[in-house]
Design a binder for this molecule. Structure first.
Ligand code: ATP
Length: 284
């Protein structure tokens, strides 16, 4: 995997009317990386996603998507396509979930019905459900929104609070989707108020402070495979912010934060545990 940058914000300012929302925002999202954005209400998180989606333009600075600068007038022309779930998804209320996705797929005409079936199954919705969207629960609408964002297998996915209203099963399926997309090299820019989401899914996290983004160094998460289940307990007792991940070849996997890889190795060596650091694409 190359160290290709999928999203680049370079010294971006954004003002709306008289109000300055963002100043000098610089960061990048690499191929196969999940980058989280956190910050207080009204700090500009959604604004960053809207800028990355080409739904709004920088007042100053530059945004590159797959190497191409986002310019006013180029909406819909973004290279490779971007999957977007920003704010509450809106759908045609009087048709089924499947039909909604089918009509949307006709805009680009890149996928067929099988792909839509697959995306719906991935989020745990029955593609043959004849219920109209107006009869969907909040969680079902959210699942449909996720299915819509992933169905065309875009290289870049922008998610605003994706686990909102999802139940336990929905969250677990969402985790599988992130894992599968990452394996394909999909990049995510991810806004959430849930620290659990941020810790579970993000490789790097930026916080909006004083209108700019600051890298949260202590939130770099590593994926580690252990050999024994009891070792997971040992680790969780010390590192309470570690998270249990999907098993790999039957072995337990955890996501665990360290400031540096060196710290990670000394932690596991000190505990004398048999472990394997699974390299993220960004560091391979
Ligand atoms: N269309 C708009 N017109 C005027 N001001 C706007 C517009 N969109 C956003 N803003 C302002 O920009 C600032 C940042 O909004 P944004 O929605 O990006 O924040 P956020 O961090 O996503 O907030 P939250 O956590 O509440 O979702 C807010 O002060 C908001 O009022």
């Amino acid at each position: 995997m190359t160290e290709e940058n999928r999203i680049v914000f370079h010294r971006v300012d954004k003002s709306i009317g008289e109000q300055t929302i963002l100043q000098n925002v610089t960061f990048e999202v690499r191929a196969g990386e999940v980058v989280g954005i956190i910050g207080a209400n009204g700090s500009g998180k959604t604004t960053i996603l809207r800028l990355a989606a080409g739904l709004s333009y920088p007042s100053k600075g530059e945004i590159l998507i797959n190497g191409k600068s986002i310019q006013p007038g180029l909406v819909g022309n973004l290279p490779g396509g971007i999957g977007v779930l920003i704010e509450s998804p809106t759908f045609l209320e009087n048709v089924t979930g499947f039909d909604n996705l089918y009509y949307l797929s006709k805009i680009r005409n890149q996928i067929d019905k099988e792909d839509i079936y697959h995306a719906l199954k991935q989020v745990g919705l029955d593609p043959n459900n004849k219920k109209k969207v107006k009869a969907y629960s909040l969680g079902m609408k959210q699942r449909l929104g996720i299915a819509q964002a992933i169905m065309e297998r875009p290289e870049i996915i922008l998610f605003d609070e994706p686990t909102n209203a999802l139940d336990k099963e929905g969250i677990s399926l969402f985790g599988n989707i992130i894992d599968e997309c990452k394996k394909r090299g999909t990049s995510f820019l991810f806004v959430s108020h849930s620290m659990e989401d941020i810790q579970n899914y993000c490789d790097r996290v930026f916080k909006i402070e004083n209108q700019t983004v600051v890298l949260q160094e202590n939130m770099r998460y590593y994926t580690v495979m252990l050999k024994k289940l009891e070792d997971v307990e040992k680790v969780l007792q010390i590192k309470t912010n570690a998270r249990i991940g999907e098993r790999l070849d039957g072995n337990p996997v955890i996501r665990i934060p360290f400031e540096t890889e060196k710290e990670l190795h000394s932690f596991f060596d000190d505990l004398q545990l048999d472990y394997q650091l699974l390299k993220d694409k960004k560091s391979s």
